[in-house]
Design a binder for this molecule. Structure first.
Ligand SMILES: *[C@@H]1O[C@H](CO)[C@@H](O)[C@H](O)[C@H]1NC(C)=O
Length: 343
């Protein structure tokens, strides 16, 4: 009797132990596949960490981001999707610090109080959609890398647009020239404003080509020889009346327009497709370019926005941002500080 009881007890203990062991295995299994996934992602994105501690720290961020992205997509509560992109091992605050760079705070008082004329105010006819890419006025998507000079990319894209519209030639122009040489107000990789970039291009009597003054992604010394080799000119710039999406539309009907947005959220960091409807605020921290607008088959209106985070981010480097939202500032503040060069 005693031996049978002992035997039964032993079996019971073994069953309990086995149960806990399998539970522990089940708990570590997702982590194991996540480790493999991180490994694969590192290879695909050419990411190398300096030691195991950094790798462990980045893995935790990666896992958190992947969990967020997957649960967001599964919930399907929004018309846009997120993707595990090249920013997947960055915390949102790290991401903001290195990829944006629109300096709202550096706006000089004189220019913010400037009353600028708006040449498109009486534009009344607007087609249902415009895509300046199809009209040959937009260069390929560029990548600012880890330099907060979005303002330069935004100003250059708008300048490339007006240059194509006036000369018929699409020429890729130099952001690095702005980073290195436009240093009166703008601060290179530490941020700047599109209007100050336009002011520099006017004063310098033009901007040189991308190929003559290629992008380096770091602050450098101005090459004055290249600076004086102008390829495209503008004669002025105008601000779109603030907080009016209908005014912004009148401008975008006519040319690609520089816009400032709040791109600080995780949803923006991982956006991949569909019409972006938020989450975002209106603390403008990023300069991009509105290169068109339209509506989806279900009637959701959007702005077509060119970003400068490479073609692997978003929808081949672009984002569709919801248009005609209830708020005057527009989604993510897109209608707050738009401007365009004139020629
Ligand atoms: C728009 O129309 C008004 C009224 O005709 C006129 O006074 C104004 O100068 C026009 N604006 C532009 C930019 O042409």
């Amino acid at each position: 009797m005693a031996s049978i009881t002992t035997w039964k007890l032993l079996l019971a203990v073994m069953a309990v132990l086995g149960f806990w062991a399998s539970l522990a295995a089940a708990r570590t299994a997702p982590d194991a596949s996540m480790i493999q996934r991180h490994q694969k992602w590192m290879v695909e994105n050419g990411r190398v960490y300096k030691d195991d501690a950094e790798k462990a720290m980045r893995f935790n961020i990666f896992k958190e981001n992947v969990d967020y992205i997957e649960s967001f997509n599964e919930a399907a509560a929004r018309p846009y999707k997120l993707a595990v992109n090249k920013f997947a091992d960055l915390r949102n605050d790290e991401f903001q610090a290195s990829r944006n760079g629109y300096r709202m705070g550096s706006l000089p008082k004189s220019s913010s109080s400037k009353v600028s004329s708006f040449r498109y105010e009486n534009v009344s006819a607007a087609p249902a959609s415009i895509d300046w890419r199809k009209k040959g006025a937009v260069t390929a998507v560029k990548d600012q890398g880890q330099c907060g000079c979005c303002w330069a990319f935004s100003a250059v894209a708008a300048t490339e647009g007006i240059n194509q519209l006036t000369t018929g030639k699409l020429v890729s122009l130099s952001e690095q020239q702005l980073v290195d040489c436009d240093t009166t107000q703008d601060q290179g990789c530490n941020g700047g404003l599109m209007d100050d970039a336009f002011q520099y291009i006017i004063s310098n009597k033009g901007l040189t080509t991308e190929s003559n003054y290629p992008y380096q992604g770091v602050d450098g010394t101005c090459n004055s020889k290249k600076e004086s080799s102008d390829a495209a000119k503008i004669t002025g710039y105008e601000d779109v009346p603030a907080n009016s999406e209908s005014a912004l539309l009148k401008a975008v009907v006519n040319q690609p327009v520089s816009v400032a947005i709040d791109a600080s959220g995780s949803d923006f960091q991982f956006y991949s497709s569909g019409v972006f409807t938020g989450e975002c605020g209106t603390e403008l921290d990023h300069g991009v370019t509105a290169v068109g607008y339209g509506a989806t088959s279900d009637g959701t209106k959007y702005w077509l926005v060119k970003n400068s985070w490479g073609a692997s981010w978003g929808d081949e480097g672009y984002i569709m941002m919801q248009r005609d939202v209830g708020a005057a500032e527009g989604l993510c503040g897109i209608a707050m500080a738009a401007s365009y060069p004139t020629a």
